[in-house]
Every structure is written in C-alpha cells, then in structure tokens.
Design a protein around this ligand. Structure first.
Ligand SMILES: [Zn+2]
Length: 432
C-alpha cells in the first residue's frame, strides 16, 4: 500500500513536499488483514519463505516462459473526474508491461553498478477479453458508487476495501483467474494521502479454501484514480509507477529496506541493505554497510523503494524469481504460459494489409499499396465491442512496422484509412 507522507509532513508544517513524495504503508493493510483473520500474518510469512526457498531451486528451468496474466480493471466512481478514461487504463497497462518486461525507456538510467542485477520478469498483463461467464469483455468495468471516496479519516482499510464489495463498489471477478485492479478515489478528507495497496500471496499446503483465511474476495490491487496512467489530468505528478509497485506486492515482494533498519532485510540477495526508504532521487546515499560482498549504494532505482517514481526503473533477478515462484505456486490460475506462436510466413502482400497475423512479438508490418506521398494514413485498432483502442499515424510509405501490442490478446478489428477514408479493414489476432 502506498501512502503519501502526509501526516509527518503536516506535523512538520512542510506540506510543500507533499506531492513530490509518496510512501507505502503495506504494513497497515497487513495489520488490518490480521485483525480480520487472526493468524494472517504468520500465513503470509510462511508463504513468503516457502516461495523464497523454492525460488532458489526451481526458477531457472522456468525462466524462459512468459506468464500472461488476465487483468480486469474496476473503475468505481462517484463523479466524472473519478471515472477515468479508457486511455489512462491502457496507458497504465503499458507502463506495467514495460516494467515487468524491462522494456521501459528509462532503463538507461539504471546505474552501471546495478545493471547486472536488473531483470526482465517475463510477466505480461493482458486485458481480459472474456468475463467469468465467457461473455466478451474489454476488461474494464465501470461502476457508479454513492461513496465520494473510499479513503477515510482516521485511515481505515476496512473503508477502502469496500471498493471490492458489489453493493458499494465492484465485486471481483474470480480472483483465482484474474488479477483484479480497482481504481477509485482514496483521498482522505480531501487530501491524496493513500495511493494504493495490494493483497499479498497467501497459501500453503494446509491452507485450503474452507478456513477463515479464505478471503478470495479481497485479492487484488487498489489504486487511487489520480495515479493511474500517464498524463493523467488529475495527476499527482508522482509518475505512473504506483501500480507497478502494488503489483509487486501482489506478487509477493517486500520493500527493499525490509520495513526496518540495516538489520532487517527484504531477503532478496541482490537488493543492497538499506536503513530506510529512499526519499527523492539522491544516488549518493548508502545507508548500510553490506555484510558480505562489496559495498553498494541504496538501490533507489528499485520499484519497491519509495524513491521518486521517475528514478524507479528495475526489479532485480531475485525479485523476479520470487514473483515468478509466487505465481506458479500460489497464483497459478491467473496466468497462461505463452503458447508458442505459429511459424511466421514472411508474406509479401500485393494489396493493402497487415502481416504477420497473428501479431508476433508485439510487432506488425503494414503494407500500403499505391501509396500517395501527399496523403495521410492511419490505422485504428478496435476491440470486438467496436471500441477504438489505439490509433497509429502511419508513414506514407509502402512498408512500415508498428509496435504497441503488449497487453492485448485475442481478436481485434483493424481499419486503415487514407485521408480519413477507410481503405481496408480486417480481423487481427494477437498472441493466439
Ligand atoms: Zn509498498
């Protein structure tokens, strides 16, 4: 859970820093869950260490498989501002996918000393194309609520978690099959103090669905609507990595300083010890001496730190192993291992069209026949509900390649236009 450093700053009379710094209060949510389900924390700890042990043993043979996670977004709103546009959701999805595939442009900012530790998690997040009953869906649910905010003063996670209640907010889709992400107002007394929180993996051989820990209706991620997507009109200027951080918690990661001093670790061997959360983007800070190995500065590039989000650009190898192990041990139903794609026939088209189809590796080549160099061309991708998802402005050249399909799977419709007039349309398959 991320909470802005609200109360301390108010106490210091220094609210000017409020919007620049965010904090996570994951422990507050765990405390709340422990209150609801006594013994919860012990179970979550056992789960964490079980995954940690397994990650050392088995991950290597699984590291090449891409896990595709079906995601459903619940936008729970009380007014138009909270009812954020689809484009912000898609933009957020791209940020998450870039982070978990390490395809984000700002990986160039990873310091050399940390580059050997930075890893591609091999996890992709795709919009659900079917609801639990098999009906077509675009993966976005909109639900109006009578509640102005799900934040409360004093901070209460029981109030926030009402967003997952079908009578007040939006009931989850089967949390064993979908990653549910709720987007709502989490402001507290008009202040953006709570940015998000996530439910950690829990489960073990002796934890069945029949005991008091079974809380499937709560599993998922909740984010404040102001931190979703790039160029969010309500942006808190913290970047759009809050959800990356929360999905990290959902997949079992801890904060890299272990929520304690130098003697408390996050149990990831490749995240340096840190005395506390980073603040800002000061790359010169080293708050702890490493016990073994060389000395490293604090890793403020890590998504699981509290550094400014513009400085965050990596997960480490051990974090990746932990998340992937948690997935195949405790969240097995929410992903599909990527099915090998059919062999690509490098087709040569003689009329305007696209290839390969299905799209391979997120790239698509577009062939335009009889190009008019003075014309404007674009291509729009629609889901099967007829809703536009992306528009690409095309070059007036015969062959060009476009990218940007991460997060999409299944069947779509494309339309290519010349000067606003449709010149061709067809079905486009992605990742199937
Ligand atoms: Zn956190």
């Amino acid at each position: 859970m991320r909470i802005l450093l609200l109360f301390s700053f108010i106490a210091l009379g220094n609210s000017g820093h409020l919007m620049a710094q965010s904090l996570c209060g994951q422990t507050a949510y765990l405390t709340y869950l422990e209150m609801l389900y006594p013994g919860f924390n012990e179970m979550a700890e056992n789960t964490f260490f079980t995954a940690l042990r397994e990650s050392k043993i088995k991950t290597k043979k699984r590291q090449d498989t891409v896990f595709k996670v079906n995601v459903v977004f619940h936008i729970v709103y009380n007014n138009a501002q909270q009812n954020i546009d689809d484009s912000l959701v898609y933009s957020q999805l791209r940020v998450i996918n870039d982070a978990f595939r390490r395809t984000n442009a700002d990986t160039i900012n990873t310091r050399d000393i940390f580059k050997p530790f930075a890893a591609d998690a091999g996890i992709e997040f795709v919009m659900a194309t079917q609801d639990p009953d098999g009906n077509p869906s675009n993966g976005i649910i909109r639900k109006e609520t009578f509640r102005g905010t799900f934040g409360s003063n004093p901070t209460s996670l029981s109030a926030a978690d009402l967003v997952k209640n079908g009578n007040v907010g939006s009931a989850p889709w089967d949390t064993d099959k979908y990653l549910n992400i709720w987007i709502c107002d989490l402001s507290i007394s008009g202040v953006d103090a709570l940015l998000g929180y996530a439910y950690p993996p829990t489960g073990s051989a002796n934890w069945t669905g029949n005991n008091s820990f079974a809380s499937s209706e709560r599993q998922g991620v909740v984010c404040h609507y102001k931190v979703v997507g790039e160029n969010n009109p309500s942006s808190l200027a913290t970047g759009s990595k809050t959800m990356v951080h929360e999905v990290g918690h959902y997949l079992g990661l801890r904060h890299i300083w272990g929520d304690g001093g130098c003697a408390v670790d996050d149990f990831m061997d490749d995240t340096p010890l840190a005395r506390r959360a980073s603040n800002g983007c000061n790359k010169g800070v080293n708050t702890c001496n490493e016990i073994i190995g060389g000395q490293f500065p604090d890793m403020l590039e890590n998504y699981m730190d509290y550094s400014n989000e513009v400085c965050q650009n990596l997960f480490t190898n051990d974090q990746v192993a932990q998340m992937r192990t948690n997935m195949w041990m405790f969240r097995r139903g929410i992903y599909e291992e990527q099915i090998p794609l059919p062999e690509v026939i490098d087709a040569v088209l003689d009329e305007t069209g696209v290839y390969p189809n299905p799209v391979v590796e997120g790239k698509l080549t577009i062939y335009l026949n009889s190009v008019d160099a003075n014309a404007t061309y674009d291509m729009t991708l629609y889901n099967l509900l007829g809703q536009p998802i992306f528009v690409w402005n095309l070059e007036a050249v015969p062959n060009q390649q476009i990218i940007g399909f991460l997060g999409l799977q299944g069947a779509y419709i494309y339309k290519i236009r010349q000067d606003g007039e449709q010149i061709t349309t067809g079905k486009l398959l992605i990742g199937q």
